[in-house]
Design a protein around this ligand. Structure first.
Ligand code: OOB
Length: 563
């Protein structure tokens, strides 16, 4: 049973770097002693009139001075409601300007955003709120046809620590408080805004995970800001850059590789893209002079197909970052001819390590590798099943340690014993090989996870929900290849022997059942297949390897595809 935080300092629940490593990272200049609250203050002082955030849906065009002022006023409103240093606040917002107002207000008072995705539903949100003992939850009234006020009402009824729900944007806040009401407080006492120290936690990010519930990733100001500085340098981000925020703003890729926070760190401009379709994104690229953006492989394919037909001038786009899942060589080769920009592959993880192909890498390296680490102090090991180091070129498990890779998940000592080596290397679960130039090639994955076009699904989490169905005896979820998404989910299910013909659910009913349990739609299995038994290994364990092989070869047209 996982422990739930009820009080005390959240930093105490985050494993941290041993003193000698912290000293080394500071001495090397990686950890620069900055905090997010201060960075925004500094940029607003240096160029108050430059545009920081553009939100086409609301028409907001906030300068650095305006974003800074808004963050201050919101911070005052939060403090007045008793939210302060160390409090956890679940933030679930679409790509709207207020996302930055909220997170910088929280950074400034030392409260910790917990970054939920718009796709998350009751199961995930209730878990994030209760596991972190969140004091507040920030939503938009409705988005993408979904009413977050209803989700918030149910969550608030279930989670005793949750004192506040705040509603961003112009929508009707229902029974909750609109952000606008928080902004009416008189300015906070600057002493209250002194904020956290650079080595303290900035936020909790979500892990894609391979376990029953997502794990939380504690990132500090020092380590995260270092990853931004490093990313900006590698991706050529400077104050003239314009970053288009296409994927969900809260995802680590969109936030920091180099992402919107990299852009704001550089004093550049962030343009919010309300949805990722070329019909929405392309006109924004033309109008706002977008210079770089980041996409998952399936979207990169859609954009490269749409670009030659597009009526919009995409000439400002210099760099397209593609990551989150393996980008095929063939698709990678199409990027420059179609979009006229440089491709950078990104192989990163919310736990830390981020690899990029470099702007001056030869084309072959860009299309055939997933890049090399940001930092000279990123330690990379490629090992066999017994943790023995393998020679360069051999394929094995990727372990990593470094100045922006966590030393453990938040409040999860049991997981940490498994996910980290005794000397602090993170077991990424990725199977890779190193090229002689030090670039990494992702060859596969050893973790029990499905990577559905960049969206990560822990098999165990979905299996647990299937097992809750009264007619289900056992369930195993694996990846099956998909030409567009790379992978999608297939559930193999054994029904209870006693289930009479009329009581046997159809695949579509099991999917509905999982969805009705309040799980994000992307986790609902794409296919459900009924079997009498699971293949076994020599010692009688269920062989996921054989199930994966079956899913890769047997594509039964009769299987139900409705989601
Ligand atoms: C990014 O972060 P997460 O935390 O959602 O997922 C991390 C995992 C990696 O361990 C790997 O399994 C997979 O996603 N992955 C890739 C990949 N990029 C990520 N697999 C193959 N090729 C790639 N290029 O997904 C993330 C975080 C920061 C930047 C970019 C992606």
């Amino acid at each position: 049973m996982s422990r739930t935080l009820t009080g005390g300092r959240p930093d105490a629940l985050a494993p941290t770097w041993p003193a000698e490593f912290a000293e080394r990272y500071r001495a090397a200049g990686w950890w620069g002693g900055e905090t997010f609250g201060q960075v925004l203050r500094d940029r607003a002082a240096v160029h108050p009139g430059r545009l920081a955030v553009v939100d086409p849906a609301s028409g907001h065009r906030w300068t650095y001075a305006e974003l800074d002022r808004r963050a201050d006023r919101l911070a005052a409103g939060l403090l007045a409601r008793g939210i302060g240093r160390g409090d956890r606040v679940v933030v679930q917002l679409p790509n709207i300007a207020e996302f930055f107002e909220v997170i910088f207000a929280l950074f400034r008072i030392g409260a910790l955003p917990v970054f939920a995705l718009p796709a998350h539903r009751e199961t995930e949100i209730a878990y994030f709120c209760s596991f972190t003992g969140a004091a507040a939850y920030v939503i938009a009234a409705a988005h993408g046809g979904y009413d977050y006020r209803e989700l918030a009402a149910r969550t608030k009824a279930d989670v005793p620590t949750l004192r506040h729900v705040f509603v961003a944007g112009d929508g009707d806040p229902g029974p909750f408080e609109p952000l606008a009401a928080l902004r009416t407080e008189p300015a906070a006492d600057p002493a209250d805004l002194a904020g956290p120290a650079p080595h303290e936690l900035a936020f909790l990010q979500l892990s894609g995970g391979s376990t029953g519930v997502p794990k939380l990733i504690p990132r500090t100001h020092d380590d995260y800001i270092y990853s931004l500085r490093g990313s900006n340098e590698i991706c050529g981000v400077d104050e003239e850059s314009v970053f288009l925020c296409v994927l969900p703003a809260a995802h680590n890729f969109t936030l920091s590789s180099p992402g919107s926070l990299g852009a704001l760190y550089a004093g550049a401009r962030v343009v919010m893209c309300p949805d990722p379709n070329p019909d929405t994104a392309f006109p924004l690229i033309e109008r706002e002079g977008v210079t770089l953006t980041g996409l998952v492989p399936p979207l990169a394919l859609v954009w490269t197909e749409a670009a030659p037909e597009a009526r919009y001038d995409l000439g400002s786009l210099q760099v397209l970052l593609v990551g989150g899942a393996k980008f095929s060589e063939e698709a990678a080769r199409r990027v420059r001819p179609a979009l006229g920009c440089t491709l950078q592959q990104v192989f990163g993880m919310a736990e830390g390590l981020v690899n990029y192909t470099r702007l001056d890498d030869p084309e072959e390296t860009v299309v055939t590798t997933q890049g090399r680490p940001i930092s000279p102090d990123d330690e990379i090991r490629v090992v066999d099943d017994e943790d023995n180091d393998l020679p360069v070129g051999a394929t094995g498990h990727l372990l990593t340690r470094g100045p922006y890779t966590i030393r453990g998940y938040w409040n999860a000592p049991e997981h940490n014993a498994r996910s980290f080596t005794a000397d602090g290397f993170y077991r990424t679960g990725d199977v890779v090989r190193l090229t002689p130039t030090g670039h990494l090639v992702v060859e596969g994955r050893a973790k029990d996870q499905i990577n559905r076009g960049g969206e990560k699904i822990a098999a165990e989490e979905v299996e647990n929900h299937l097992l809750a169905h009264p007619a289900v005896h056992d369930a195993n979820v694996v990846a099956e290849p998909d030409p567009y998404l790379g992978e999608r989910t297939r559930a193999y299910v054994i029904l209870r022997a006693g289930a009479a013909e009329g009581e046997r659910p159809r695949p579509v009913e099991l999917k509905k059942f999982v969805r009705a349990r309040g799980l994000a739609a992307y986790k609902v299995p794409d296919r459900v297949e009924f079997v009498d038994a699971f293949p076994q290994t020599g010692v009688g364990k269920i062989s996921k390897k054989d199930l994966r092989a079956d899913a890769a070869t047997v594509t039964d047209a009769a299987t139900d595809h409705t989601r």
